[in-house]
Design a protein around this ligand. Structure first.
Ligand code: PMP
Length: 401
């Protein structure tokens, strides 16, 4: 195969394809069409008029529905607006301005605040911490989660380490699910900072693609068992269950943290969109309803994951390695000179998330990681895009040979 000729052909075709963001496809969004005709009544189970103000913690029936799915007791769960990312952002703002339970002072008064960032990781997490001047320290991801020897050492010895980002299930972008032992160590490890918090972004809690779903241990319960009840902030949302722009989000934690969170939230809002919450309860009904709905998503997106795997194996072979996740939204590709590969793809009309986005400050020291988001395009477009990406990787490899 002549990579230069293949690349010239690719550019000639004048493609315009986008693999940048993990968005649901229109057909996935169609799965929730019926939800837009709900709710049938504006009364919540306890008679609350959902059209009015109030109910800061969210409808009890929605919290009951999601409690087992996100591994948080319903009484310790808060329902937010459509974006869990906004909840994470606001939690950090709250911690900067109001001491979290157990803290000596507000984070804004600390000489230095550090967050551990497993890499490859989610760029929007890193953008939030960067925005607030929080120092980010990368920690390598292994097949069973972050390298816990590194995490334990840093958390035990450095009191500036106040936080850690985690996407524990079908991680963005590698698809890794943390093992039971990794979760146990996160729950049990000693921390130099009494106000150390794990930001447990369980965005893909129910997003299985096969009949063999990954199991995730219950960090919130384990932390309490190990005497660290306030260590964990849990986040999730229905952005990739129902509607990405009109879902509901969740925050869960210990009773003390939930009280702290609601105290801060009460300064911000008189109450959430309970009509949308009720709509979600009527549409999804119960955990089995969520599972059935997620199977319909999987039917649409699993063929896309299989296609990426097949095309990369055929067109890229041993020039790179990639993950083959059984859930979530992303595939992580590792190739040499990732930055150049992404630039070549862009010049050929194939938009990818910038190389380096998987790392804090956008700096991947080995310039290896490319995040592939296969869900949005149709199968034909996806095949063209991945074939084109492989051409770019082969060309760059040739140029460096
Ligand atoms: N967390 C992770 C790990 C994600 O991948 C995404 C979406 N790409 C989000 C959060 C965004 O969630 P939300 O739509 O609830 O803000």
């Amino acid at each position: 195969m002549n990579a230069q000729r293949d690349y010239a052909d690719l550019v000639q075709r004048g493609l315009s394809l986008d693999l940048t963001r993990g968005k649901p496809s229109p057909r996935q969004l169609d799965l929730s069409d019926d939800m837009l005709r709900l709710p049938t009544s504006f009364r919540a189970a306890d008679g609350t008029d959902t059209r009015n103000y109030g109910g800061l913690q969210g409808l009890p029936e929605l919290r009951e529905l999601f409690a087992p799915l996100v591994q948080v007791p319903a009484g310790q769960l808060v329902v937010g607006g459509n974006s869990s990312l906004a909840l994470m952002h606001d939690t950090i703002v709250h911690a900067l301005l109001t001491p979290v339970p157990g803290a000596a002072r507000r984070w804004v008064e600390e000489p230095k605040v550090t967050f551990l960032c497993p890499v490859p990781g989610y760029d929007r997490h890193f953008t939030i911490t960067e925005r607030f001047g929080i120092t980010m320290v990368p920690v390598p991801m292994n097949a069973d989660g972050p390298d816990m020897d590194v995490v334990e050492r840093l958390v035990a010895t450095d009191a500036s380490v106040k936080g850690m980002w985690c996407v524990p299930k079908y991680s963005n972008p590698s698809g890794v699910t943390y093992s039971a032992e990794t979760v146990r160590r996160l729950a049990a490890m000693p921390a130099a900072a009494p106000d150390f918090r794990i930001f447990w972004d369980n965005a893909y809690a129910v997003h299985h693609l096969t009949d063999a779903p990954a199991e995730l241990a219950d960090l919130l319960a384990l932390a309490a068992e190990h005497g660290n009840p306030d260590r964990v902030f849990v986040y999730a949302s229905t952005s990739k269950v129902t509607l990405a722009g009109s879902g509901v989000s969740f925050f869960g934690s210990s009773p003390a943290n939930v009280e702290w969170f609601l105290y801060n939230t009460s300064k911000q809002s008189i109450g959430p969109d309970k009509v949308n919450q009720l709509r979600h309860v009527e549409f999804l009904r119960d955990p089995e309803g969520v599972a059935a709905h997620m199977r319909r998503h999987a039917e649409l997106i699993w063929p896309k994951f299989e296609l990426v795997d097949r095309v990369l194996a055929k067109e890229l072979g041993d020039l790179g390695t990639w993950s083959s996740p059984v859930g979530g939204y992303f595939i992580s590709l590792e190739v040499p000179h990732a930055g150049e590969v992404v630039a070549k793809a862009k010049a050929a009309g194939i938009a990818l998330t910038p190389a380096g986005a998987t790392h804090p400050y956008g700096k991947d020291p080995d310039d290896r990681f490319i995040r592939i988001a296969p869900t949005f395009p149709g199968l034909d477009e996806l095949e063209q895009a991945i074939t084109g990406l492989a051409v770019c990787a082969r060309l760059v490899a040739d140029e460096h040979a």
